[in-house]
Design a binder for this molecule. Structure first.
Ligand SMILES: NC(=O)C1=CN([C@@H]2O[C@H](COP(=O)(O)OP(=O)(O)OC[C@H]3O[C@@H](n4cnc5c(N)ncnc54)[C@H](OP(=O)(O)O)[C@@H]3O)[C@@H](O)[C@H]2O)[C@H](O)CC1
Ligand code: K
Length: 566
């Protein structure tokens, strides 16, 4: 697990480092600039072998300061460099001003306007350096600046993306939310019926080929439009890990909805083994947890008994997929709760999965007298009416419970059912189900983002979990998992973890099954949800093209072996 920093936390860490006297802002800026040049030469080795032409676009803050450092370092490599500055030199912050002055000994600086850029910068460079805004983007760029950024983003038909290197973030991207704050052009806004649909990019598609960020990736690199605009994200260490490890949640930042809590850390699994950092241990389960053998006395019930509730005849496939996923990932026993009319169809298709006839809430109540049933899964293919009829008994049983699909729709239609949710529940909505369950939160997430830090999917998921009183896994390419105390994990399927094949019928049912199986094995809700989401993507990536949902459980043994599960 690695921690994803908010921009406020990044600023707090930088300030603490500088206050310690062990490093200056100027040294950090030099390291940042050098890190970008290093990343460029690593990405395109041919550029290290000769001199080329670069256009460097600097903004009014320290991101611009990084730009002046980069310009100077490229000049030292005998590159031809043209620098533009948006803003007045005399209002640059001290470190940026120092680097502006150093640059001015080597070359000139043109005012950044689209007209000048088109005359002196457009399409003449091998590399464009975007150092206009980084973590300090505080509001939506307006007027000419917005128009210029849209031009850089391809609005005018010029494709800079293949040669654009963004410093810290593509300028205009909010690094806390992944939302592009640059507004659509005025004529487009006039045609909008309401807020710009979430994720409808203002930039044509990619803004940069390479984004170089510092010390740690930020959530915005993985959320909403971030992955679409960043190109490849490279993290360069600038020597702040001593301060990063301290829990430097940003002072006074209490945006978490659970009343004044300092913003809890946001984690992302960045490798099979997770992070060795003991601070993260409480959230990191090595894969060994999957294979943990409970000793000589172990028997199938040692690894939990999951009950997956099934839909009506002809609609049992989703629950069977979930049940298979739960068994494959390690539940000791999995049963399907099947209506009598569907029993022939189900028993003809399952072997190691057991069946129990469950038509009514009374039948479920009877079945749950067996205390060995530790975990429930309701929703896949269940039908809304059946889900609504069984949910009260299921939720009152206070077992670990995965609620997906039709169970989520049933919940969204009845506040009395929502009130029965408890700590050991996990809701797994996709965007449509999330909007039905949490309409106000969803609307806020979809509204046009005009200031930074913009409201993010992490904020929305935390808020939903706090409102529901249980954990929420908000699905998507940028899946976010949060519990009601605000602990949150990002589980993105982007960059090297892209898994487009997951967009296939039934893959959500298998995910519900994976989480069910891990809960049955005794994992805490947040960890089981994150691990289930992680392995779900890994199975899709392992199988690749041609994937159908049935393949996901069957791919798991290979994936777990590759991840070191004994
Ligand atoms: N802090 C350090 O030691 C290091 C920082 N690094 C680099 O610095 C940036 C963060 O620098 P910062 O100055 O905080 O922020 P930015 O450069 O991103 O931009 C802030 C300035 O931009 C103005 N601003 C913000 N939004 C807009 C807008 N929509 N339109 C016009 N101007 C805008 C803002 O003005 P305010 O009115 O908001 O005050 C600021 O003038 C970080 O990203 C790194 O690149 C080093 O890398 C490491 C050391
Ligand atoms: K930038």
């Amino acid at each position: 697990m690695s921690e994803l920093l908010t921009t406020a936390q990044m600023r707090a860490i930088e300030a603490a480092a500088i206050e310690s006297g062990r490093v200056t802002g100027l040294e950090l800026m030099e390291r940042a600039g050098a890190g970008v040049v290093e990343a460029i030469m690593e990405e395109w080795p041919a550029l290290a072998k000769s001199s080329y032409r670069a256009v460097v676009l600097c903004g009014p803050g320290n991101n611009g300061g990084d730009g002046f450092v980069i310009a100077r370092l490229l000049m030292e490599r005998e590159w031809e460099v043209q620098v533009f500055l948006y803003g007045a030199p005399e209002t640059l912050p001290p470190d940026a001003k120092t680097n502006y002055d150093l640059w001015c000994r080597l070359g000139d600086v043109l005012p950044l306007s689209e007209k000048d850029f088109r005359k002196d910068g457009r399409n003449t460079a091998d590399i464009y350096i975007d150092a206009i805004f980084g973590t300090g983007l505080s509001r939506a760029p307006d007027g000419e600046l917005a128009q210029f950024l849209r031009h850089l983003g391809g609005a005018g038909g010029d494709d800079y993306a293949a040669r654009m290197v963004s410093v810290d973030a593509p300028s205009g991207l909010c690094l806390d939310s992944g939302r592009v704050l640059v507004p659509p052009p005025p004529e487009a806004i006039a045609n909008l019926l309401d807020a710009r649909p979430h994720g409808a990019p203002v930039y044509s598609d990619r803004f940069a080929a390479l984004t170089v960020t510092f010390q740690s990736a930020k959530a915005g690199h993985f959320l909403a439009e971030g992955p679409a605009v960043c190109g490849k994200v490279v993290v360069k260490d600038i020597g702040l890990s001593d301060w990063q490890k301290r829990n430097l949640a940003a002072k006074g930042e209490t945006r978490h909805p659970a009343k004044g809590l300092r913003i809890p850390k946001l984690f992302m699994r960045d490798g099979p083994k997770g992070d060795a950092d003991p601070q993260l241990r409480h959230l990191t389960y090595d894969m060994a947890m999957l294979s943990k053998y409970r000793g000589a006395g172990s028997h199938k019930f040692t690894y939990g008994h999951a009950l997956v509730l099934c839909g009506a005849a002809g609609k049992t496939g989703a629950a069977r997929l979930a049940a298979r996923g739960a068994l494959r990932i390690g539940a000791g026993v999995v049963s399907l709760g099947v209506p009598a009319a569907a029993m022939p169809e189900v028993t003809a298709q399952v072997t190691s999965i057991m069946t129990a006839r469950i038509d009514s809430a009374e039948d479920l109540h009877e079945a749950l007298k067996d205390s060995r049933i530790t975990t429930l899964c309701l929703g896949p293919g269940m039908g809304i009416a059946r889900a609504a009829s069984l949910l009260p008994v299921a939720l009152r049983a206070k077992r670990k419970t995965v609620l997906d699909a039709d169970a989520l729709t049933a919940l969204s239609q009845d506040p009395a059912l929502m009130a029965l949710l408890h700590d050991d529940c996990i809701l797994t909505p996709h965007a449509g189900e999330f909007a039905r369950l949490f309409p106000q939160i969803s609307a806020r997430l979809k509204a046009l983002a005009i200031s930074g830090p913009a409201y993010s999917k992490v904020d929305a998921t935390r808020e939903a979990a706090a409102a529901a009183g249980c954990s929420v896994l908000y699905k998507g390419l940028d899946t976010v998992i949060a519990d009601k105390t605000g602990r949150a994990i990002l589980s993105p399927a982007y960059y090297s973890r892209a898994a487009p094949w997951l967009a296939t019928a039934g893959s959500g049912d298998v995910l519900a099954g994976f989480i069910t199986g891990l809960l049955a094995r005794g994992m805490p809700v947040l960890v089981a949800s994150e691990m289930g989401a992680y392995l779900h993507v890994e199975c899709a990536r392992s199988f690749g093209p041609g994937l159908i949902a049935e393949d996901l459980p069957e791919e798991l043994p290979k994936v777990m072996r590759a991840l070191g599960v004994a």
